[in-house]
Design a protein around this ligand. Sequence first.
Ligand SMILES: [Ca+2]
Length: 273
Amino acid sequence: MNLVLRLAAAAVVLAPIQGAIAQETAPVVAEQAYSGPVVYRAEVITEYPHDATAFTQGLLWHEGALFESTGRVGQSVIRKLDLETGEAVLEMAIPPSQFGEGLAEWNGELISLTWRDGAIHRWDADTLEPLATRDGYPLDGWGLTTSGEGLVHSDGSATLRVLDPESYDVLRSIEVTMNGRPLRRLNELEMIDGLVYANIWETSYIVAIDPADGRVERLIDLTDLVASVPVFGRDAVLNGIAWDAEQRRLFVTGKLWPKLYQIALVETDAQVR
Ligand SMILES: [Ca+2]
């Protein structure tokens, strides 16, 4: 086992995240001084309804409302949600042949990715009217958020890319590492207080990455929350992070989850090895 969460005296193996760690790298010796991420657990503050048919790919908070993008061919939409009811206030479909992915806001426009269709769509954030589409984007689209530099894009690998928000040119790449090892499967993203938070696909973990050097500074263990969600099937994974910067509220949900949660992060003594 190359990744162990040491919680008090007990050692707990974080098996689900091991697939995200590149296998070619050597395990870190457990006796070394700890330099890994600070581990947090999540405390649920409030739970809200969420459309259990929504294959959530992108989630963000903008001007007092929640916005979501969903995936699956023929079912992919961009929607503005009422937080209290989970109902869509506005909804627009992306072309039915395309598989929707991540969502970000930039200067009053929403920008949405597609998985392997090469299309990046722009939408008016007030009306969700489609504004423009760029075809031919060469990479997988997974997650998207914004930083002061531009867009931050994930493609399921351990590499984040900062994109020019107009041309989508890659301005720079960020190689993400945890304890010195590449961390793959970076999925839905959210910029919070200078760190890029990322869902790790098919795990119960969110990490917070320093965009300057790619180092994982925080690991949020949502195992208990995920276990409490009444969902079935391997696709119904934790995915979706939104940050209300004004009220400092952190929201998470998952694909096909019937609930969306406002959570608080509680620091623990656990360590990731
Ligand atoms: Ca997000």
